[in-house]
Design a protein around this ligand. Structure first.
Ligand SMILES: Nc1ncnc2c1ncn2[C@@H]1O[C@H](COP(=O)(O)OP(=O)(O)O)[C@@H](O)[C@H]1O
Ligand SMILES: [Mg+2]
Length: 191
């Protein structure tokens, strides 16, 4: 199996670009990311409504061996799960004032023993730690009659630790010959 992924600088917010054409594929990207996470860290996820942020976290939760369903924390601001590590899933979409983040104890979570995912993280950038992995998802509609639609996922590591994390992620992940995303640790043969 040969990797087709190219590490490339992009003009957008991201460093590494991965495109997915369906929900399941974004899940697998998330799962591959979750799979390589072995210690507490922070992942900030941005992109418009419906871009696939929650889908990515759902996949990551699988890779982190969370059992049960991941529900969008849009209305709760935070949902907590138990996997190989604790998983803290934040969503700042409905958050209006920063004070709520103090009430939630965000800072303790960021310095804590779990894996923190934050949807709409850039709404309150001052709360982000010095280093984290930034993921930006973009919904793209192709031109022409076939109405093709896909998602671009831009991975931008902020800090050396996250540079290394992204390297490990890419080393462990590739497309198979059918163009499906695959990664070491799980052989994805479906349908
Ligand atoms: N390639 C793709 N990746 C992720 N979601 C996709 C993709 N293509 C279509 N979708 C659809 O887009 C929606 C993404 O929803 P969700 O993950 O909740 O987005 P967000 O959390 O960014 O608002 C889902 O309804 C999903 O079925
Ligand atoms: Mg969401």
């Amino acid at each position: 199996m040969k990797t087709k992924w190219k590490k490339r600088e992009t003009m957008k917010t991201g460093k590494v670009l991965i495109s997915t054409t369906e929900e399941k594929e974004t899940m697998v990207v998330g799962e591959a990311l979750g799979f390589i996470i072995k210690e507490p860290l922070v992942i900030a996820i941005d992109g418009d409504l419906g871009a696939g942020k929650t889908t990515l976290v759902r996949g990551a939760a699988l890779g982190l061996e969370v059992e049960g369903k991941i529900r969008s924390p849009t209305f709760n601001l935070l949902r907590v799960y138990r996997g190989r590590l604790p998983v803290y899933h934040f969503d700042f979409y409905r958050l209006e004032v920063e004070e709520e983040l103090f009430d939630l104890g965000l800072e303790e979570y960021l310095e804590g023993q779990g894996v923190v995912f934050i949807e709409w993280a850039n709404k309150f950038p001052s709360f982000l730690p010095g280093e984290y992995l930034e993921v930006y998802l973009e919904r793209v509609c192709g031109e022409g009659g076939n109405r093709q639609e896909w998602r671009n996922l831009y991975f931008n590591p902020r800090g050396d630790y996250y540079e290394r994390l992204l390297d490990i992620f890419l080393e462990n992940t590739c497309y198979d010959f059918q163009g499906r995303i695959n990664y070491r640790g799980r052989d994805i043969k479906e349908e």
